[in-house]
Design a protein around this ligand. Structure first.
Ligand code: SAM
Length: 352
């Protein structure tokens, strides 16, 4: 490349990185960066934005995967109801509450309750669980139960739940419909908007590396998170599950995943962004890498040992002893000049 062209390109990259508002073209340009030095500049900028808008604290959220029963049939997910190779489990209400207490005893101030879409747990069951956890532990509660009724969301908010995580998965309506036989993107977004309107801190996000997904689609995912004013956004890599129709699709590209997280941080500024379990499944250094490209959240898994292996969303999901893992995480976070947050890590958006 000629020197003049090189200087012009560097200036263009620097101009885009320093914008405060981003068009779709800016985002696709950043996601398509391929030069090693340019990508390093992108990561550096994402880390600076993370520091300016979120500080150095890393928020730990203890997750309990309390049921792998699912009434949906998402083509990419190992929990899909058509997967008859998966041994199904449900934690009892008491087991869920006891596990939440373990999370609190480990010094973690957010409990994430996640499951497949499983109406076996009634509105009243979930209300009881929320109240019992809130009565005995000073924690924030995030629900991630899939699409439930608006009436249930109302009741769970009143019972004390703080956040709801419901990823939009892909902003491309055609891809969404191809992957979800019954669900519609429009419906998913209506749920997210409703959750936000009644005061939940709302989390959304995408899967990177879905069949037929383009860079423009990923740019739209980031812009959709901005439009929804999400308090938390998860950009996580697709990992094939051998028990699904997408078993022969390659896992997401690591570099594209990290670039998406970095661009997500630069565009979304103060949204919480996790370094996901899927990222650490893609590469053992995933969590650390994620924290260097804009992430400020990690979700250690506290699902009891006897069930952990059965929450098989995808293959080779990492399992570990959560107490030891949290200690290792703290060391890693400190060694990066960051610190583990001691508070609940609520949304950084001003309206909360
Ligand atoms: N049922 C709830 C819902 O629909 O939001 C929560 C459970 S669902 C298993 C949690 C997340 O797993 C989904 O939002 C999806 O992004 C992710 N997931 C499922 N299969 C995946 C795969 N093969 N690779 C990466 N992520 C996957």
């Amino acid at each position: 490349m000629k020197l003049d062209t090189h200087i012009a390109n560097d200036k263009y990259l620097s101009d885009v990185l320093n914008k405060s508002e981003f068009e779709r073209d800016d985002i696709t340009y950043l996601l398509e960066l391929s030069d090693k030095n340019d990508i390093q500049l992108l990561y550096k900028k994402a880390d600076e934005v993370r520091k300016e808008f979120c500080g150095d604290e890393v928020h730990l959220r203890g997750i309990i995967e309390f049921s792998n029963f699912c009434e949906q049939d998402c083509v990419y997910c190992g929990l899909r109801k058509s997967n008859d190779k998966l041994e199904r489990y449900r934690l009892s209400v008491d087991e869920i509450i006891d596990t939440a207490k373990k999370i609190y005893s480990a010094g973690i101030k957010t409990v994430v309750l996640q499951s497949g879409e499983d109406s076996h747990y009634t509105k009243e069951d979930i209300t009881h669980i929320i109240k019992a956890i809130k009565d005995s532990c000073d924690v924030a509660i995030t629900l991630s139960l899939g699409e439930r009724s608006f009436d249930e969301y109302d009741e769970w908010k009143t019972a004390g739940a703080d956040r709801y995580l419901l990823k939009h998965e892909t902003a491309n309506e055609k891809i969404y419909s191809a992957l979800h036989s019954k669900q519609k993107l429009e419906e998913r977004l209506a749920h997210l908007k409703y959750l936000k309107s009644i005061g939940f801190q709302a989390g959304s996000g995408n899967i990177i590396g879905l069949p037929k997904q383009t860079i423009e689609d990923i740019a739209d995912d980031i812009l959709l998170c901005k439009e929804l004013d999400c308090d938390m956004c998860s950009f996580s890599p697709f990992i094939p599950s051998p028990e699904t129709p997408l078993k022969n699709i390659s896992p997401a590209d690591l570099k594209l995943t990290l670039k998406t997280m970095a661009v997500g941080r630069i565009v979304l500024k103060n949204a919480h962004i996790p370094a996901t379990t899927a990222l650490s499944t893609l590469t053992p250094e995933g969590r650390k890498l994620g924290l260097t490209v804009g992430a400020n959240v990690i979700m250690p898994n506290f699902t009891p040992d006897e069930y952990k292996d059965k929450y098989r969303i995808y293959a080779n999901k990492k399992t570990y002893d959560p107490i030891k893992y949290v200690e290792e995480l703290k060391k890693m976070i400190n060694s990066m000049g960051r610190k583990v947050s001691e508070d609940k890590g609520h949304s950084l958006k001003k309206n909360i």
